[in-house]
Design a protein around this ligand. Structure first.
Ligand code: G
Ligand code: G
Ligand code: MN
Ligand code: NA
Length: 255
């Protein structure tokens, strides 16, 4: 209850920050986009893990205002960066399953915010988890189709950890599988424990989906992924999620 009240206050006083984690094409070590990740440090509670406050927000209806903060701040920020770039960065935002209770109005709001921020839909990515697809409601599927027709791409976050059936992969409007970081962290120096990432990479290829590995921390994990034709990566090996200013240093170093 105290956390809910503090979070409400933080939203009102604009104390919620957005951090950015680069997505890398590891073939050439170039940055292709960023994922927006919320951060909150409260005066009384100190740093609160997003896992904690996102779940509080989901239970209390605060996930919607938090999402609006992530959307507006990130679209504005990434647009600024893209003005200075030849190759625009894509922007990925996490969407909670709870937000698909009213899928049609969610789609409407996504379009409104992108239009308001003049952010190009074809550089925007929605990250959902398998739990969003679990109920497979007609309206959710229609919402994802609408987003895609608008130019937005859809990624399945934490792929491989959910309880949904694989059958949706053939029928649902999705673009990309994000291999969950737990599977990447399992990959050891001699490439043992790499069966699941290999299987997901092959699955994505067969279904003509894109694939990205998250949680890449070690050079040998990157090597394994490159050898297995998974080129897109995210993880501490490249960069932690960082503030906008720090991401600018990263961009300057990469270019
Ligand atoms: O940034 P970090 O890996 O610590 O995030 C922990 C969890 O919080 C992850 O599951 C991440 O998806 C979630 N999270 C961070 N930012 C957002 C957000 O803007 N919206 C939603 N729904 N979840 C977020
Ligand atoms: O659930 P989602 O994938 O959106 O959340 C991403 C979370 O993973 C963030 O909390 C981010 O800080 C974390 N993360 C990103 N890269 C790494 C990594 O290389 N190692 C670990 N342990 N966590 C990571
Ligand atoms: Mn994510
Ligand atoms: Na994840």
């Amino acid at each position: 209850l105290r956390m809910e009240a503090r979070l409400r206050k933080a939203i009102k006083n604009q104390e919620i920050e957005v951090f950015y984690q680069p997505k890398i094409d590891a073939r050439a070590d170039v940055i292709t986009g960023v994922e927006a990740l919320l951060r909150w440090t409260d005066e009384e509670l100190g740093f609160v893990s997003p896992e904690v406050f996102v779940s509080v927000a989901e239970e209390t209806g605060l996930i919607h205002p938090l999402w609006e903060i992530a959307m507006k701040k990130a679209c504005t920020q990434v647009n600024k960066w893209n003005e200075q770039r030849e190759e625009p960065l894509s922007l990925a935002v996490n969407f909670s399953a709870k937000q698909f209770h009213d899928p049609a109005s969610l789609v409407k709001q996504v379009k409104e915010i992108l239009a308001e921020c003049q952010f190009a839909p074809n550089h925007f990515e929605v990250e959902i988890t398998e739990s969003t697809l679990l109920f497979n409601s007609e309206e959710t599927i229609k919402a994802l189709k609408d987003l895609r027709e608008y130019g937005i791409s859809i990624s399945i976050d934490d792929f491989g950890t959910g309880y949904s059936s694989l059958s949706y992969l053939k029928t649902l409007p999705i673009d990309c599988l994000k291999i969950d970081k737990s599977f990447i962290q399992d990959i050891k120096e001699n490439y043992c424990n790499s069966e699941i990432p290999s299987a997901i990479i092959n699955l994505a290829r067969s279904l003509r989906l894109e694939v990205i590995a998250e949680g890449v921390e070690e050079e040998y994990q990157k090597e394994f992924l490159l050898k297995n034709n998974c080129y897109h990566m995210q993880g501490y090996l490249f960069s932690r999620p960082v503030r906008g200013e720090e991401l600018e240093d990263f961009l300057a170093r990469m270019d």
